[in-house]
Write a protein that binds this ligand. Structure first.
Ligand SMILES: CC[C@H](O)CC(=O)C(=O)O
Ligand SMILES: [Mn+2]
Length: 334
């Protein structure tokens, strides 16, 4: 039976950061947070696209210091919780404390799906700081539902209040999502969330499948702004969930207007399923590799699809962005 309520977490200002090369300004953050908060979005995530302290040569430099942006978001929001993403190894205890001082009340701790054990200390500190905590298991298609549930249980044991299944590659079929949500809800006491990418055109369908299977939280991004072909579109999700009798507390017309008049004018390109994004979805690669592969392709005069296919053969995962240039250079020398 479809649950009657779902908690939507909007990641326009975090996953969306990848699609605008981490160039959000304070004014844009102010306008997006104001519009989302007034529409009733309960959680707004903000940080560099690769999480706290992601601003670097490897992942892309932020235009504006993310802590200034987090502070602006926290100052602007009247009701929505402000959250940040943290990848252990990129973000450290120092940045987590700093983000808390800037006003976050939730942290989402992300690891490759088979490496939950590296998140224990970060959950510990987040709990000490009084934050709501989310475990974020990336590239979740790479593990069987049973093995994913074991990793999710680890995060629960470290103090995660919610655990997310993250389809970083936008590669899952609805039955893959259903099997994973059921495996996790069967093993864990805490609520389960689902984060989609639209590289194979299934972000909305898979999000509905996740809810139907028992997910209590769904990630979305206004206008879909996100890595690869973008995420589940917040405004479309609100409409679709409402049609299956599931309430989000988000005003459909206000969020539609936020998408059309606030977010779309900021987008550098529309969220489409082009050949490179579809290659990512089809082969199960990390969505954030899209922009890096395009840049490397231009630099070495190589078709980005060839670079992506080679990365897929090598089973590259999050954190191996420096490999993209190496692979492009190797292909150019062949
Ligand atoms: C670590 C950055 C990445 O964009 C996290 C995420 O949203 C995903 O894996 O899909
Ligand atoms: Mn994502």
């Amino acid at each position: 039976m479809t649950p009657t309520k779902v908690r939507v977490m909007d990641t326009t200002l975090r996953d969306g950061s990848h699609a605008i090369r981490h160039r959000f300004t304070k004014e844009q953050v102010h306008n997006i947070v104001k519009a989302l908060d007034e529409a009733g979005v309960p959680v707004i995530e903000i940080s560099h696209g690769d999480g706290l302290a992601g601003s670097s040569m490897q992942y892309g430099m932020s235009l504006v210091d993310e802590f200034e942006l987090i502070e602006e978001a926290a100052k602007t929001s009247k009701n929505a919780k402000i959250a940040s993403l943290l990848l252990p190894g990129i973000g450290t205890r120092k940045e987590l404390k700093q983000a808390k001082d800037c006003g976050i009340s939730m942290v989402r701790i992300a690891t490759q799906c088979s490496e939950a054990d590296i998140s224990e200390q970060h959950f510990g500190l987040a709990k000490e700081l009084g934050l709501e905590t989310v475990g974020f298991l990336m590239m979740a298609h790479m593990l069987s539902p049973e093995d994913l549930a074991k990793q999710a249980k680890l995060m629960e044991s470290y103090g995660a209040d919610i655990v997310y299944i993250v389809d970083s590659a936008g590669t899952m079929m609805p039955q893959d999502v259903t099997a994973r949500v059921k495996a996790l809800t069967g093993e864990l006491k805490v609520p389960i969330g689902y984060h989609a990418h639209n590289n194979i055109g299934l972000a909305i369908g898979n999000s509905l499948a996740a809810v139907e299977a028992g997910a209590a939280c769904i990630d979305a991004s206004t206008s879909g702004l996100g890595a690869g072909s973008g995420n589940t579109q917040t405004e479309v999700l609100v409409a679709a969930l409402s049609k299956v009798g599931c309430e989000t507390g988000i005003d459909l017309f206000k969020i539609m207007d936020a998408a059309e008049y606030i977010v779309q004018p900021m987008m550098e390109y529309p969220m489409t399923i082009n050949r490179d994004a579809l290659t990512i979805g089809y082969t199960g690669l990390y969505s954030t590799f899209l922009m890096h592969a395009k840049k490397a392709g231009e630099k070495f005069n190589i078709d980005p699809r060839e670079i992506l296919l080679e990365l897929s053969r090598r089973k590259a995962v999050a954190g191996q962005e420096d490999w993209i240039l190496d692979v492009a250079a190797e292909l150019a020398n062949r």
